[in-house]
Design a protein around this ligand. Structure first.
Ligand SMILES: C[S@@+](CC[C@H](N)C(=O)[O-])C[C@H]1O[C@@H](n2cnc3c(N)ncnc32)[C@H](O)[C@@H]1O
Length: 331
């Protein structure tokens, strides 16, 4: 009997089937499968490295730096936009939690300004490894309770999870940080599903990257320079035994879709064998590994409205590279 590859062991049959479907139909290996196992460790190292960079150089560039600076500057206004009578205790629902690091400025702020508030931290993520990393980090560093839930945010409403998280005297604040939203394939559908999982009185804090026309060239070069991007985005293919050195990466900015696209181009034909069947990655045919949408303010406003939310607060970073919006479901 042939030993199973790592990928065949760590992904469910349904996930392996979904990979085959996306590869065969769209030449796409969904990025969400990169955050498992080794990929999760790679993401954690990446996120932690940005925190170190930020400590040494607050003027550095990068999603995590922009977000942390904007969040720290705007945190008071963000929390002031919540109705105080409903938000005495907090149910924080972290969508696509990673290692939980973007939650630190939020939890520090709540600890400092509302020391009596009870706080529940409820991460929701597809990666079991990152769910447990976030829960462990946050419960080690803060006095919080909560419940992690494993869910694919691209697979419909998750009200069956959120119903169980609602609690009397707790206000729900959903958070979609780290520009993860820009990595989703069908963004309006996904955001509508988030809405369907919320109560009408809940709030959602959404963070996205903005496009700065004159910096597009620099941005693409910066993507090429970040070695961790190759390690992370290739994780799922690697777990099925594919060799990264047998091809090259190509990163482009697709102006029409306003997104960075990261491709792997095999030098020779490759076979990807799952427990649900196999597929061939043809020689020189680019496999899409990741997208990262960079929005304009009108573009993200339109998506938010189409998904059925109203904007209560919208703030952008100095330099206009990043935006955060406080949203509420429209009736
Ligand atoms: C770019 S990381 C960002 C993590 C964190 N929000 C941050 O800012 O550091 C993306 C996170 O979203 C999760 N994720 C990506 N696609 C997902 C999906 N379809 N459903 C659930 N989680 C997903 C990944 O597992 C990972 O934890």
């Amino acid at each position: 009997m042939v030993a199973k590859t790592r990928g065949q062991r760590i992904y469910s049959l349904e996930e392996q089937k979904d990979m085959l479907y996306n590869l065969q139909k769209y030449n796409y290996m969904p990025l969400k499968y990169s955050y498992f196992d080794y990929g999760a460790q790679r993401w954690i190292r990446f996120a932690q490295r940005w925190l170190r960079i930020l400590k040494q150089d607050p003027g550095a560039r990068g999603i995590h730096v922009f977000e942390r600076v904007l969040l720290t500057e705007m945190i008071k206004s963000i929390f002031n936009s919540l109705p105080s009578h409903l938000y005495k205790n907090f149910n924080l629902i972290d969508l696509g939690c990673g290692d939980g690091s973007p939650m630190y400025p939020i939890l520090r702020y709540l600890q400092l300004t509302m020391p009596k508030a009870k706080i529940r931290y409820n991460p929701i993520d597809l990666s079991p490894d990152l769910l447990s990393a976030a829960s462990k980090n946050i419960s080690r560093d803060f006095k919080v309770f909560g419940k992690p839930s494993r869910w694919d945010l691209e697979s419909g409403s998750f009200s069956h999870i959120t119903k169980g998280l609602n609690a009397p005297n707790f206000g729900n604040l959903y958070l979609f940080l780290g520009a993860t939203f820009g990595n989703m394939y069908n963004q309006i559908q996904m955001l509508s599903d988030v809405k369907r999982s919320m109560l009408p009185c809940d709030y959602l804090l959404l963070a996205v990257e903005l496009v700065v026309e004159k910096e597009i060239g620099t941005m693409v070069r910066e993507y090429y320079d970040i070695r961790e991007i190759y390690d992370l985005t290739f994780s799922a293919l690697e777990s099925f035994g594919l060799k990264r050195s047998a091809g090259e990466f190509k990163i482009i900015f697709n102006r029409k879709a306003s997104q960075i696209e990261c491709y792997y181009v095999p030098d020779k034909e490759m076979n990807l064998v799952t427990l649900e069947g196999k597929t061939v990655l043809p020689k020189r045919e680019p496999v899409l590994l990741a997208i990262s949408t960079k929005y304009t303010v009108p573009m993200i406003t339109e998506i938010i409205e189409k998904a059925g939310f109203r904007i209560c607060l919208l703030t952008t970073s100095i330099g206009n590279n990043y935006a955060m919006a406080m949203l509420q479901p429209m009736k």
